[in-house]
Design a protein around this ligand. Structure first.
Ligand code: SF4
Ligand code: ZN
Length: 420
């Protein structure tokens, strides 16, 4: 029996309690990345023979005294993993956890991912004895602990010479691009099975998230790959495979296997769901959705409001008010909780007309999804769709919204009625 302690051997406290803690500029001893020095983080699957288990190595000239001076340093983090149950697809799943692993250490702070990561070590953590090795040790030991069912060997290499970091970053970028292409090619029709998430049943007992390659969980924490990896890691956990069964309706996204699964796991409450519709038997919502989509009947479209936007929306309700109406695992046609990444999926409200239905979004949300949205808008033949979508700087009430939409010629006005 292997006993794994879920705390790395470091001289500061460790645990989820520190995850939200910020390290401000004036409290920072040293930082890496953040567009100020080149940096990246990259998890690679290797053969067992290529990985020296539990190794943490720092590679660079005079790295110790450079660290001791504080300030800024380049940093390339390479995590080599091997394991019988490891799959190439799990690389990004593990890589994303680097964020949590580092943040859970008191006085350490991490944001971003891939080649836009940013790490800070506070003066207090430094005084407590946090060294550069500890950073690698945290990643090594936590990867081993949290992913023990898929990973047998882990080594962490930290590169601190600018030349090395720049070179290896190019290699990492090639891998990131390959992954993105692979992700983009993962479509609902092509995969063998979907996955469920039942984690929110602890407070919304009838709620089932059905997670597909083109529809992530509504809290944003689970993509299809995440759910798949979670199932491999813990086969009796909250993520289970969902057999697709027969595709009953490709436009609305209705599968016989999904219906059976949802009926069983909602205690018989929900008979059927459409994965790609807000109007006809939409998926249920629990309470932790990143965004809410709501129908705006007068505009023949929908608005989307993100958690964190506290202003008014053109349907006369704020996020908090709508959230209170739709949670708890019931179907509420016309309202639905979604994850941010679902908005730019090709399957977003496909049954109701897709992204051309979006008439209003807060500015910060527009900004956040801008890049992917632009690609989708071009695919849909409306390259200026984002500009045609109103935000709070244009209007917060429905009359003004309609005026704006007709003025810019928003496509929703010409579509068939959203309420049938
Ligand atoms: Fe799981 Fe997130 Fe869905 Fe909750 S909202 S059931 S955590 S995917
Ligand atoms: Zn939830």
């Amino acid at each position: 029996l292997k006993i794994v302690v879920e705390k790395p051997p470091i001289p500061v406290s460790y645990g989820p309690a520190f995850e939200g803690e910020r390290v401000r500029k004036e409290d920072t001893f040293i930082e890496f990345g953040g567009q100020k020095t080149p940096a990246f983080e990259w998890v690679r699957m290797m053969e067992a023979s290529e990985v020296e288990d539990e190794k943490v190595e720092i590679i660079g000239t005079d790295w110790c005294s450079r660290y001791e001076q504080g300030g800024r340093m380049p940093l390339g983090i390479i995590v080599n993993v091997a394991g019988k149950k490891m799959q190439k697809d799990f690389e990004p799943v593990i890589e994303r956890q680097i964020h949590t692993f580092i943040n859970e250490a008191e006085g350490l702070w991490h944001i971003g991912q891939r080649d836009i990561n940013w790490i800070r070590i506070s003066k207090k953590a430094k005084q407590a004895g946090i060294s550069l090795e500890h950073l690698g040790l945290i990643i090594m030991s936590m990867t081993k602990a949290r992913f023990r069912s898929i990973v047998d060997r882990v080594e962490v290499l930290l590169y601190v010479d600018e030349k090395d970091v720049l070179e290896l970053r190019e290699e990492a970028r090639k891998e990131y691009r390959k992954r993105d292409l692979r992700l983009a090619s993962l479509v609902d029709e092509e995969v063998e099975e979907f996955y469920s998430c039942l984690l929110c049943q602890s407070f919304a007992p009838k709620h089932v998230c059905v997670i597909t390659p083109e529809r992530p969980g509504l809290c944003g924490a689970f993509t299809w790959l995440d759910a798949k990896a979670a199932y491999e890691i813990e086969p009796t956990g909250g993520n289970q495979p969902v057999q697709k069964g027969e595709l009953i309706d490709p436009v609305y996204g209705r599968y016989s296997g999904v219906d059976e699964y949802v009926k069983k796991h909602s205690g018989g409450e929900i008979e059927t769901i459409n994965l790609y519709s807000i109007m006809e038997n939409p998926m249920t919502s629990c309470g932790c959705f990143e965004c809410i989509v709501a129908v705006v009947p007068e505009a023949n479209g929908v608005l989307i409001v993100n958690r964190g936007y506290s202003g008014m929306t053109p349907i006369g309700m704020k996020f908090s008010t709508i959230a209170g109406m739709i949670g708890g695992g019931v179907q509420t046609p016309g309202f639905m909780g979604v994850g941010v990444n679902y908005i730019t999926s090709r399957k977003f409200l496909k049954g109701d007309g897709g992204i051309k239905r979006i008439v209003w979004m807060p500015k910060e949300l527009k900004e956040r999804i801008k890049e992917n949205f632009q690609k989708r808008a071009e695919e849909e033949g409306v390259p200026d769709l984002l500009q045609k979508i109103a935000d709070e700087t244009v209007c917060e009430d429905v009359e003004c919204l309609i005026d704006y939409l007709s003025q810019v010629g928003h496509p929703a006005l010409e579509m068939e009625p959203i309420i049938k």
